[in-house]
Design a protein around this ligand. Structure first.
Ligand SMILES: [Fe+2]
Length: 189
């Protein structure tokens, strides 16, 4: 079985109100001031969420965050396989999609195959994302909205895994949980 840790790593610590907020604002897509950013339509998300969202606040303490945003992928498209020009690593969380798929590939150097893994985004879940591994996105009938961020300083994915280990392994039962959402235990903001 392919080890997908080299491509992406889910954080155990989940998103609370931010996830609902993001889902709400993308319902107003037409009213949002989208700007083109490396081929994506993008909007900035209020940086106050870095303190309001428990997970982001925790991430920010370990690896300071510069900027939050939503990236939009148009329907009936394939964002070609690439390594990011600038970003070494990031944190992504799916806001909404229909029939969209994010794949990572790594050449096996056998003349034929690449390793291939899909990042199957779970709701309210943040993923460490290796922007320096080849990745691409297919999208079908609806726009796909992805929450993403820039760190203050770029950091290699493997170093980010080490820095955020406590959040990858985070056990909400250690902290007395308050169940704001069915099936997800998160501490109060
Ligand atoms: Fe990318």
């Amino acid at each position: 079985m392919l080890n997908t840790d080299k491509f992406f790593t889910p954080l155990s610590i989940k998103s609370g109100e931010l996830f609902d907020y993001l889902n709400e604002i993308v319902t107003h897509d037409k009213d949002l001031a989208w700007e083109t950013h490396l081929g994506w339509d993008a909007i900035e998300v209020d940086s106050n969420w870095i303190q309001k969202d428990y997970a982001l606040r925790s991430i920010n303490k370990l690896q300071p965050i510069k900027q939050l945003g939503i990236l939009k992928t148009p329907p009936d498209s394939f964002y070609q396989f690439h390594k990011d020009q600038y970003r070494r690593s990031t944190i992504n969380m799916l806001v909404s999609e229909k029939d969209a798929h994010c794949f990572f590939i790594e050449n096996r150097n056998d003349g034929y195959y690449s390793d291939c893994a899909e990042l199957m985004y779970e709701p309210r879940t943040y993923y460490l994302f290796n922007n320096q591994a080849f990745h691409g996105v297919t999208n079908k009938s609806e726009p796909r909205y992805m929450f993403s961020l820039y760190f203050e300083n770029e950091i290699e994915y493997s170093d980010l895994q080490i820095k955020l280990k406590s959040l990858i392994d985070y056990d909400p039962n250690i902290v007395k949980p308050i169940n704001n959402y069915v099936g997800v235990s998160i501490p109060k903001f």
